[in-house]
Design a protein around this ligand. Structure first.
Ligand code: ADP
Ligand code: ZN
Length: 702
């Protein structure tokens, strides 16, 4: 039953990890707490039970825009769903209530405020079979998004003692989890935690990039993926405006989103982004909350995020549809200094600085980034991910004792009172006025590191710090201090290994298939046509394009090229409702496309097919197309096997079918036709055998 719903309603072929178990448990009437990352597929965990159970399912969700999105998605799959929140007019409210009471609604989304307001009125008249609490961390003071109304869910739960409750969230540390269970009074609840690894999201981190280079790289990055949606996160409002202006002046349309804009303008920017009207948003971290857009293809951080939690959440807005998505992070020490100042002035500054340091460590690391990231969230990856910049550029280790000694020596000679910037200047024999003012040009170490570039020295200082040979005294203008380990390298000649710095320009880019490959180009062209059709339909129906079909569905259409109903059903995300509603339009487009791109294999057979259906004989088509009649017959047979309507029995008789079947069995299902031809004493022509085999196979007679 649950598989049937998955396939027929949602158009998916299999469950993701844990979904099936959670669904079965919920249908059995038990409580659960589900922790899954954004895009992990939490909704399915209560939507399928909702469809299997009698009565109505109530979903409590605090984010109005998400509610609307989910309801639209459900409706597009033919599920009777609606929402009840402050955005409704009183007329609309009445309608929703009426439908719910009349049993017209299967899934009803409620904001917590409304739930509290109505729980003693019309809600009492409903036969509630399941309650789902989305964003369940909001119930806990330990969470980062506490909502007072959520605490009242406790009495609601107690009033529905025999109804299963399922609480879902993407963020909850241990104490929050405990709190959710007790606050919601979940009974005998089971905790489900799925992996937080989002394999489809690539990770790339770049440090030590000048502002000019960064801007250029961002422009190049975006230009390499026209038409795709992405978000760029910046530190400040000013940054967003500058960057957006820069992009626009380079012919890339982008829009700002930050707290300084008025609410209406902000809402418009968000809506246009959701509807694929605008593709690129340059935002402060305020953007993205409560957006379910599944086809965000990339996320760039133009500045270092404050902590790994925020970073992971933000890159997680890419690729909710499970398709490959890219992320890029730029960091500079300037960001770090700035944050430290902010943090120092705030109440829990120490904790913030700790988190910032972890963020920085992650950015400067040279080993698999996903491993580091997930380990921060308590998950251990056995293998490197092969989808991050560190994995594509494994470090080259060498004995760097002399280099380290030079770095430590200059630090010591400047009495551990200078930052790495000055240290590098002195090592490289810079003519900088500050060097002369402080008479560092007289030091023995002045100019002893000329042979190493400024960039590489910086990298070595970072590595020495990360390896614990140096420490940075942030409270003394980032002066370098030598640790006991550092002294042992300097004084006792203890050896140390470092990795060769790699300039960003030398980094191997992730292997992306050449876009120039003809097949890819054709595929891209078809994708764009499908996308345009999707946009047109979305505008007519006033829903976001991804509600009609996800990018994943469009990609499947490009690969499968379905032109029959049964093939169209193989496309991920195509359930019965979408098949009925959109199938013919998309299939017509694909067919048309195939015909217009006549050199592909699929197309050539379709050309033959269309001529045949149009009334020509096999021989006539062969003459017209300058091909052999047997080739035309092969085309027709392939179309038949693809499920296209064509009667092949006009070419053979039932008698031939029986003979061929016998021979096929006797020859132990040969791969070629020759054994059959021989066994039948060369009496049946190859063409007839071919047709007979197709008919037998298609009708499952062999
Ligand atoms: P979450 O609420 O955890 O952020 P969603 O429930 O919105 O995630 O699911 C993310 C996307 O994955 C949606 O587009 C959803 O339809 C899709 N999805 C969920 N389960 C499956 C599945 N079993 N197979 C394929 N796609 C799925
Ligand atoms: Zn990796």
């Amino acid at each position: 039953m649950i598989f049937k719903k998955l396939e027929a309603v949602f158009g998916y072929k299999k469950f993701r990890p844990l979904q099936e178990e959670i669904i079965n448990r919920t249908i059995a009437g038990k409580d659960s707490l589900v922790l899954m990352p954004t895009g992990g597929g939490k909704s399915m965990c209560f939507q399928i039970p909702a469809l299997c159970l009698e009565g109505i399912t109530i979903v409590v969700s605090p984010l109005i825009s998400l509610m609307k999105d989910q309801v639209q998605a459900l409706q597009s799959n033919g599920v009777k769903a609606s929402f009840f929140n402050s955005s409704l007019s009183s007329f609309e409210e009445k309608e929703v209530i009426q439908d719910a009471i009349n049993g017209q609604t299967k899934i009803l989304y409620l904001s917590p405020e409304k739930l509290i307001a109505v729980k003693n009125s019309w809600l009492q008249q409903l036969t509630i079979s399941l309650v789902a609490i989305d964003e369940a961390h909001c119930v806990s003071m330990w969470g980062h998004d506490f909502r007072k109304e959520y605490t009242q869910l406790n009495t609601f739960r107690k009033s529905l003692a025999h109804v299963p409750f399922i609480a879902l969230t993407a963020t909850a540390d241990k104490s929050t989890r405990v709190d959710i269970v007790s606050q919601l009074a979940l009974e005998d609840s089971k905790l489900f935690i799925s992996s937080f690894d989002r394999k489809n999201i690539s990770i790339d981190v770049r440090g030590n990039v000048t502002k000019k280079d960064k801007l250029q790289q961002i422009v190049n990055f975006i230009n390499s993926k026209p038409n795709e949606s992405g978000i760029i996160y910046c530190l400040s409002r000013k940054n967003t405006e500058e960057l957006s202006a820069h992009l626009n002046s380079n012919g890339i349309e982008s829009h700002c989103y930050h707290a300084g804009m008025d609410g209406q303008h902000r809402a418009q920017v968000q809506t246009d982004f959701i509807n694929d009207i605008s593709k690129i948003i340059v935002a402060t971290i305020a953007f993205g909350m409560g957006i379910d857009k599944s086809n965000v293809r990339w996320v760039i951080h133009s500045n270092l995020p404050k902590n790994l939690e925020g970073y992971y959440q933000e890159i997680g807005r890419a690729g909710r549809d499970g398709l490959a998505s890219e992320t890029l992070l730029y960091y500079s020490m300037r960001d770090v200094v700035l944050y430290r100042q902010f943090a120092a002035d705030s109440a829990n500054g120490e904790m913030q600085i700790d988190k910032l340091n972890r963020m920085l460590q992650f950015s400067q690391a040279k080993s698999c980034r996903r491993k580091i990231l997930l380990s921060y969230f308590g998950e251990f990856l056995a293998n490197n991910c092969n989808n991050c910049d560190a994995c594509s550029n494994p470090p080259q280790i060498f004995d760097a004792t002399i280099i380290a000694q030079k770095a430590l020596s200059v630090t010591a000679r400047m009495n551990e009172s200078e930052s790495s910037v000055m240290a590098v200047n002195v090592l490289r024999g810079s003519q900088n006025a500050k060097v002369y003012d402080k008479e560092y040009h007289k030091l023995k170490t002045y100019g002893i590191g000329k042979d190493i570039s400024f960039y590489d020295w910086n990298d070595y200082f970072v590595q020495l710090t990360n390896l614990g040979a140096l420490e940075i005294a942030y409270n003394e203008s980032s002066a370098l201090k030598i640790t006991p380990f550092g002294w042992s390298i300097l004084k006792e000649g203890k050896s140390i290994q470092l990795s060769k710095p790699i300039a960003e320009s030398e980094k191997k880019a992730k292997k992306t298939k050449s876009k120039k490959e003809p097949k890819q180009k054709v595929n891209k062209a078809l994708f764009e046509e499908l996308r345009a059709l999707r946009t047109k339909l979305a505008q007519t129906e006033k829903v976001p394009p991804y509600i009609i079909f996800s990018d994943k569905s469009l990609e499947d259409m490009v690969t499968i090229r379905p032109i029959t109903t049964s093939k169209f059903m193989q496309v991920s995300g195509v359930g019965q409702n979408k098949l009925a509603k959109y199938g013919s339009q998309f299939m017509a487009l694909i067919k048309e496309f195939e015909l217009n791109n006549a050199n592909t294999k699929t197309t050539t057979k379709l050309v033959s097919y269309n001529s045949y259906i149009g009334g020509l004989t096999v021989d006539e088509i062969a003459i017209e197309r300058k091909l052999k009649p047997s080739t035309i017959l092969v085309h027709l047979v392939e179309c038949y096997l693809d499920g296209l309507a064509i009667d092949l029995m006009v070419f053979v008789t039932e008698e031939i079918l029986v003979l061929v079947k016998d021979a096929y069995v006797k020859c132990e299902q040969p791969i070629t036709m020759k054994p059959i031809f021989d066994l039948l004493d060369e009496q049946i022509q190859y063409n007839d055998i071919r047709v007979a085999l197709a008919i037998l196979k298609f009708n499952k007679r062999i």
